[in-house]
Structure formats: structure tokens, C-alpha cells
Design a binder for this molecule. Structure first.
Ligand SMILES: [Zn+2]
Length: 351
């Protein structure tokens, strides 16, 4: 769709920061939501109009190592593990192609923004930027310094650390301080394989934490007091058998929760699948689950003022879902149906 054209979308609008259901229309012009109104109008496309997703935690780099045998976390992604062996013997061009394919898959499954943990220092950052060339996505790279250096590439959104367990605390502190001195953010995996790295992670004052499936109520209380958002990745946790996050307690405590699909080698980047699992198994609150993939993801990426919901003046990062597809027909609650059953083939268009 050419951005300078005016596009009118009509039908059921998932409107505003509370995701209210409104029968009406959305007018897009120059990539901005120009007008939202109630009632029927002549339109270019009809369906359920909702904000597109933000995938708050990915590792696109392992797109070339999809669907390994089932194994424990350490054998899979630990030093010298399956992932690193495959990446070490793969050609650069193939790695870039893999990342590009995953970004294209994100776009076709409704996602426009993502935060990727990228290894390999400036070279790794450059590869991802090459992979997304010409694609209309918002990519926030959580980079890592090169070995033997604390420097983080200026093109990165922030520093992404595997776990405080993987390095001496002093070194982790040095990395974080350096990133902070450049005005960069910082995020770290914590409470995934065990809860022993949660204290270390908290003492580095992260901008957000990844996983926290092993966190108990008292860990989550500390996270809530410090107002640190958490990105949960339940399908990844299922594969690695580390247990699932207590999202109910996170909600009770007022923690901002976002959703990531984690390593592409384990799970597709399709956020719809992550939402269905969370809604049915971990949190019976479709509105909150939808918020995790939209507005909360935008908050973590620092773009919630211009994306994450359908409001006049925000960027027109919306999609239209076919409410009368064989899968969606008969829905009694469009928001619940998007969260619990929508498939990529139900998406009529993304803007
Ligand atoms: Zn991860």
C-alpha cells in the first residue's frame, strides 16, 4: 500500500489503550491514523481492525538451526551447545537470509516491531541491519560487545545479556555501566533455568527482564517495587522444560508484561500462537494478553506514544482481520477470538 494514499478501513475497531470494541472506521493517511469514527462508511477494506504486534524478545540469529532434537537448555544454547555449533559452521550470507526470512514471517503474522538479542558485536548488528533492509519494521537491537571489549555498537538500542550466571559480576557491571554511559538500555535473561541469577540481574538495574518463569512471589514483589517490566516466552519455556511463568501474580502486582517468541530455532515468530497459549493456560484475560503484545511491547521499545494502539495521531501500524473467515465466523467477542484462535491466514492486510 502506498503510504501517501488515504485508506479507509471499516468494521469492528479495537480502539484506544483499553482496546474497546467499536463499530466504525479508521482512516489512514501518510502512515498516520488520521481519523477514527463510529458508523458505516464507504471503505477500501472491511474486517476487524486492530493494532499490529510487537515481539519483545527474539533471537533471529538461530533461524538457520530450526527444530533441533529435544534437549536441555544448557546443551541447546549453553557455551559450545547445539546452537553455537550450528552458527559457527554456517556461512554469513545464510545467517542473514535466515534472519530476513524470520522478519518476513513476522510481518505476515501481524508483527511490525521486535527487540532482538543479537550476538557477535558490531558484525552481528550489521548482519541484522542488512537482513531488514527495505522492510518496514521497527527493529530494536539488544547487542553484545565483542569478546574482550565492553564497547557496544552505537546502532544498538541497548545491551542484551544472556544471564549474570555466565560471567563474573564485575564484568557484567562494567558492561552495563558502559552501555548506560552511552544512554543505552539494558536487558538480561533471568529466572529461566533456575532462580539463582535473579538477584544478580536485579542488582544491575535492568530496563526489562526476560523469562522469570522460575521467579516466586517474593522475587516478583521485588520486580514490581522497582517497576521493571518482564518479557515472558512461554512456548520457549515449554520446549526447554523449565516451567512456565506466573503471569497471574505478575498482573496482580502491577508488573508490565510483554511477550516474546525467543529463539526462532525453537518456535515460530508467530505472536498469535503465543497469545492463544497464554490466554488458555496462563491468564484468562484476553484484553491483558492482547495488551502484552501491543501497547506493553511498545512501552519496552520506548515507542508507546506513537504506536501500540489505535488512536488518532499515532502511526497507522494496524491490520485487518477477516471476521467472516471459516475460523473467525461465529465469534461472540472479536478481541477474544483474535487472542485465542486467529491464524495468519485470517489477516487480510497489514499497514
Ligand atoms: Zn532469549
Amino acid at each position: 500500500m502506498v503510504r501517501s494514499e488515504e485508506t479507509v478501513l471499516s468494521g469492528t475497531v479495537i480502539y484506544g489503550d483499553d482496546f474497546d470494541i467499536v463499530q466504525g472506521y479508521v482512516c489512514l493517511k501518510d502512515g498516520i491514523i488520521k481519523e477514527v469514527g463510529e458508523g458505516r462508511v464507504d471503505c477500501d477494506l472491511e474486517g476487524i481492525i486492530c493494532p499490529r504486534f510487537i515481539n519483545a524478545h527474539t533471537h533471529l540469529g538461530d533461524s538457520v538451526a530450526k527444530d533441533p532434537p529435544f534437549m536441555d537448555l544448557r546443551s541447546l544454547v549453553g557455551p559450545g551447545g547445539f546452537k553455537h555449533r550450528v552458527l559457527a559452521r554456517t556461512a554469513r550470507s545464510h545467517l542473514v537470509e535466515g534472519m530476513r526470512r524470520s522478519v518476513l514471517d513476522m510481518i505476515s503474522t501481524g508483527t511490525f516491531g521486535f527487540l532482538d538479542f543479537r550476538e557477535g558485536g558490531p558484525e552481528g548488528t550489521g548482519m541484522l541491519l542488512e537482513a531488514i533492509q527495505g522492510l518496514d519494521v521497527v527493529c530494536s537491537i539488544m547487542g553484545r560487545p565483542d569478546q574482550g571489549s565492553t564497547e557496544i555498537d552505537d546502532r544498538c538500542f541497548g545491551l542484551g545479556m544472556s544471564s549474570t550466571r555466565d560471567m563474573p559480576f564485575d564484568l557484567a557491571w562494567e558492561y552495563v555501566n558502559y552501555a548506560r554511559s552511552l544512554g543505552k538500555g539494558f536487558a538480561v535473561h533471568a529466572g529461566e533455568a533456575g532462580k539463582d541469577d535473579i538477584e544478580g540481574a536485579l542488582s544491575l538495574y535492568p530496563d526489562f527482564l526476560i523469562h522469570m518463569n522460575k521467579a516466586d512471589r517474593s522475587d516478583l514483589e521485588k520486580v514490581a517495587r522497582r517497576e521493571i517490566p518482564v518479557v515472558v516466552c512461554p512456548r520457549s519455556n515449554l520446549f526447554t522444560g523449565v516451567g512456565l511463568p506466573d503471569i497471574g501474580s505478575m498482573m496482580d502486582l502491577g508488573i508490565t508484561v510483554a511477550i516474546g517468541t525467543d529463539n526462532v530455532m525453537l518456535n515460530s515468530v508467530n505472536i498469535l500462537e503465543e497469545m492463544a497459549l497464554i490466554s488458555k493456560y496462563l491468564l484468562h484475560d484476553d484484553r491483558q494478553v492482547f495488551k502484552m503484545c501491543t501497547l506493553n511491547g511498545a512501552k519496552i521499545a520506548g515507542i508507546e506514544k506513537k504506536t501500540g494502539s489505535i488512536l488518532e495521531g499515532k502511526e497507522g501500524r494496524v491490520m485487518v482481520i477477516d471476521g467472516s473467515s471459516n475460523n473467525m465466523w461465529g465469534s461472540t467477542d472479536p478481541l477474544a477470538s483474535i487472542v485465542r484462535r486467529a491464524r495468519p491466514s485470517d489477516i487480510l492486510a497489514v499497514f
